[in-house]
Design a protein around this ligand. Sequence first.
Ligand code: AMP
Length: 115
Amino acid sequence: MAETIFTKIIRKEIPAQIVYETDSILAFKDINPKAPYHILIIPKIEIPDLRSIDGVIHSELLGKLIDAANKVAEILGVKEKGYRIVINCGEEGGQEVYHLHLHLLAGKKLGWNPA
Ligand code: AMP
């Protein structure tokens, strides 16, 4: 798998506004926010996209990503009001960076129009 810009962020070779980090997960502010709060939550291991996920092999990692999303929501102070998680997958899914990531969007009543 080709290395992406997110690998450089994980290695701290390029800057990012990190909001949460564990040994296996990193969460940082999206450079082009689509909501008042827009955080990317990524595994530190390189997985290109959702299609590369095996529900059994990656079950622990998936759980950690969801735990991280809840933790980030808590840190941002949006857990009670709610938030949205988006995972873009592939060309028509709107994916630009091929390192699996959750978008956490929050901070206002979000619309629902992927078009
Ligand atoms: P996706 O289209 O789902 O692959 O999302 C990729 C996201 O990465 C986009 O929302 C970009 O704004 C974001 N992004 C790209 N480069 C950076 C960067 N250096 N720091 C933070 N976010 C980035």
